[in-house]
Write a protein that binds this ligand. Structure first.
Ligand SMILES: Cc1cc2nc3c(=O)[nH]c(=O)nc-3n(C[C@H](O)[C@H](O)[C@H](O)COP(=O)(O)OP(=O)(O)OC[C@H]3O[C@@H](n4cnc5c(N)ncnc54)[C@H](O)[C@@H]3O)c2cc1C
Ligand SMILES: *[C@@H]1O[C@H](CO)[C@@H](O)[C@H](O)[C@H]1NC(C)=O
Ligand SMILES: *[C@@H]1O[C@H](CO)[C@@H](O)[C@H](O)[C@H]1NC(C)=O
Ligand SMILES: *[C@@H]1O[C@H](CO)[C@@H](O)[C@H](O)[C@H]1NC(C)=O
Ligand SMILES: *[C@@H]1O[C@H](CO)[C@@H](O)[C@H](O)[C@H]1NC(C)=O
Ligand SMILES: *[C@@H]1O[C@H](CO)[C@@H](O)[C@H](O)[C@H]1NC(C)=O
Ligand SMILES: *[C@@H]1O[C@H](CO)[C@@H](O)[C@H](O)[C@H]1NC(C)=O
Ligand SMILES: *[C@@H]1O[C@H](CO)[C@@H](O)[C@H](O)[C@H]1NC(C)=O
Length: 587
């Protein structure tokens, strides 16, 4: 009896190790895999198990419904059609805030398998595709912990979903248990930080669910007004994927990357422990959470970050498109002139956001922190002189603002979600631009149309985090220091292509576009939040010399693989099999 009860308690202590909750084994390409538990496996939780979890999370557990569900008769055994709700879906399908407020929606639907789209025909089947199966709409830290514990003990695919912004499908997963952090909206501003580390200036503690523009707005409402380094997008989740991937933004040239400014994290580990990570407590986790990859080391519940005094900002918007010329040679020459000056812009402390597609260059805007109109014009003079000398037609518009916030609201534009593309990209260093500027520009122009029948679209950020700022010690790829141009490339899709075509487009991104970018920028790197899921040598490419330490820390903080997103530290043995469905580990 004694031995039996010892065995029973051992089993419950180390469930997965002893095989109590193991999913199926598969052999693919001669390799053996052990999968997480899915609904067609005996190890999957029973309705009673889910009901017990629901009780622990205060009734916040829901069976998921894809955002398009109200336009369809049913999802599985749940009736979903609702004309009014369907009209609401149709009206908001490209509304970023509506999508981020939804419990499980993704802004880039390719990674949901483009399932259950809005339709006027309710008979069209709606499946969950790669969406999760259950979602905890957490309102307390305890709910997050309960979700992590349940996923770990029951060997389920776990997804942390904040805004659903991710370009790379990292906030969705087939039949997963999703933990939604969107309600964690608290922000507290401090005039003087007195915690660990050497910072004694102002700071803010920001909840996991706070989004870009609402954070900027609250910082602007302080007296005196302050700024925080964040992204350009209004709805991106600041304390979620953004910081954990590193985080660039319009103020990066003067204040560094988002993660450079973090003073402390509050988080829940894969083992379900509440931890604080800063210069004194858990300094290794502190280091890793600053750029080491989203959903990799812990679930962050809040972040304390440096705030800075507001700054005057001037900006310029420049266009070259079919209004100005339809001559490809002229257009390409114009783009080259603009992009070859990347080192010049960053050496003057500028950040530049631009969009490039066939025959269309939209630079909106050039960001000149601590500049007035005259200063921006002076910095940009070489650009306009060269365009004029080469007889390239363009238009421009310049304006100065007393504060960053006013500038940001006026001169940055919102993006449109629910578009389909396969994403990739590259960070070019100042060395790359100085030595290979034309080749880099040619590669980017090629990315606009990599093959005669495939179109591309690129979003560029000319930025050098650390212009005049001491380099912070964290997990961000060292190549970000002295960077010059970081460009996201998109291979455009309709979304309704077959699996084979989707794979082919991924290959175009990696092997045609990506290859040209790597060859043009051999000194460069890639950015984990805005990169290629199939990037060759992704460990080196995303983290460089920081990778070995990140791998070590992943094994320390998440030894069982509770968290997973593709191309993050320590995921080498994991693979999503069955056409993007089941997450399995090589054994
Ligand atoms: C339109 C657009 C504009 C963008 N602009 C910028 C920009 O200016 N600068 C920049 O650096 N990046 C930018 N990004 C990229 C952005 O940083 C990433 O998409 C980021 O992962 C989004 O994080 P999220 O939490 O909002 O999104 P989600 O999709 O909800 O989550 C993204 C990843 O983070 C993980 N995650 C979320 N919350 C947590 C948490 N609390 N703890 C642990 N893991 C978590 C998720 O599991 C997932 O892997 C942009 C993206 C888009 C779509
Ligand atoms: C969880 O409990 C709430 C409140 O009782 C209920 O509305 C919800 O449907 C339950 N979720 C599941 C998955 O049963
Ligand atoms: C409907 O499906 C869910 C999820 O598979 C299951 O938990 C539930 O018991 C089913 N309900 C009915 C009435 O069949
Ligand atoms: C994903 O979409 C493909 C078609 O591209 C389909 O064959 C497959 O069944 C889908 N998988 C899931 C889980 O929805
Ligand atoms: C704080 O400053 C001291 C003295 O300059 C330095 O030794 C220490 O490493 C700093 N601590 C941190 C966390 O930066
Ligand atoms: C081209 O630039 C003009 C401004 O000169 C702008 O009004 C127009 O919308 C742009 N066209 C495209 C396709 O972006
Ligand atoms: C370019 O072509 C478009 C479409 O034919 C036309 O509307 C536009 O006027 C042309 N632009 C120039 C500068 O000729
Ligand atoms: C950046 O370049 C400067 C000189 O241009 C050099 O002194 C510095 O070490 C470089 N920084 C990094 C991180 O490579």
């Amino acid at each position: 009896m004694g031995r039996l009860s010892l065995l029973v308690s051992l089993l419950s202590l180390t469930d997965t190790v002893f095989g109590k909750w193991l999913g199926e084994t598969k052999t693919v390409g001669g390799k053996k895999y052990q999968c997480k538990c899915y609904s067609d496996n005996e190890c999957f939780p029973t309705p009673a198990d889910w009901a017990a979890l629901n009780k622990t999370v205060g009734g916040t557990l829901k069976v998921t419904l894809p955002p398009g569900a109200p336009c369809h008769d049913s999802v599985g055994n749940v009736s979903t059609y609702n004309a009014a709700a369907c009209a609401d879906v149709q009206a908001n399908w490209v509304n970023e805030q509506w999508l981020t407020d939804h419990p499980i929606a993704n802004l880039w639907p390719l990674y949901t398998n483009n399932t259950c789209l809005p339709t006027t025909n309710p008979n069209t089947p709606c499946t969950r595709g790669f969406y999760g199966l259950y979602v905890v709409q957490a309102t307390k830290k305890e709910h997050i912990k309960a979700g992590v514990d349940f996923a770990r003990k029951r060997n389920l695919r776990l997804i942390i979903r904040n805004t659903g912004h991710d370009f790379m499908g990292r906030s969705t997963g087939y039949e997963s248990l999703i933990i939604n952090t969107h309600t964690f909206k608290d922000v507290k501003f401090l005039k003087k930080y007195a915690g660990p580390g050497n910072w004694t200036g102002s700071a803010a503690t920001v909840g996991a669910g706070v989004q870009g523009r609402e954070l900027y707005r609250q910082a602007f409402a302080q007296d005196p007004k302050v700024v925080i380094v964040g992204g350009e997008c209004p709805t991106v989740g600041w304390a979620g994927g953004y910081i954990q991937g590193g985080g660039h933004g319009p103020l990066t040239s003067i204040y560094g990357m988002g993660a450079d400014n973090v003073l402390s994290f509050d988080a829940i580990t894969a083992k379900g422990e509440y931890v604080t990570a800063n210069a004194e407590e858990n300094p290794d986790l502190f280091w890793a959470l600053k750029g080491g990859g989203p959903s990799t080391f812990a679930v962050v519940t809040s972040i304390t970050v440096k705030t800075f005094p507001e700054v005057a900002v001037a900006g310029t918007i420049v266009n070259i498109n079919s209004t100005h010329t339809n001559d490809t040679k002229v257009f390409n020459e114009g783009f080259k002139i603009f992009h070859n000056l990347a080192n010049h812009y960053v050496k003057h402390g500028m950040f530049v956001y631009f969009e490039l597609s066939v025959g269309r260059l939209h630079i909106a805007p050039f960001v000149g922190p601590r500049m007035d109109e005259a200063k921006v014009n002076e910095v940009l003079k070489p650009l306009f002189d060269q365009l004029d000398a080469a007889k390239i037609p363009y238009d421009k518009y310049t304006r100065a603002f007393p504060t960053f916030f006013q500038f940001y609201i006026d001169m940055f534009e919102d993006e449109q979600p629910n578009q389909n593309s396969v994403v990739g990209g590259r960070l070019f260093t100042q060395k790359d631009i100085a030595e290979n500027g034309d080749k880099v520009a040619d590669a980017l122009l090629m990315a606009s149309q990599p093959t005669p029948d495939i179109f591309g679209f690129s979003v560029g950020h000319i930025v050098d985090p650390g212009y005049g700022v001491p380099v912070a010690d964290n997990a961000i790829h060292p190549k970000w220091r002295n960077s010059s141009s970081f460009v996201i490339t998109n291979v455009i899709m309709n979304g309704d292509e077959s699996w084979a075509v989707k794979k082919d487009r991924e290959s175009v991104q990696t092997n045609i576009v990506g290859k040209a970018l790597r060859e043009a920028g051999p000194d460069g790197a890639t950015y984990v939040n805005e990169g290629d899921l199939y990037e060759p040598n992704w460990q080196e490419s995303y983290w460089g010399s920081k990778y070995p330490q990140l791998l070590k820390l992943r094994k320390k903080w998440d030894p069982e693989g509770v968290f997973y997103t593709q191309t993050t530290p320590g995921t080498e043995d994991w693979e999503v099999l069955d056409y993007g469905a089941k997450l399995c580990k090589k054994v």
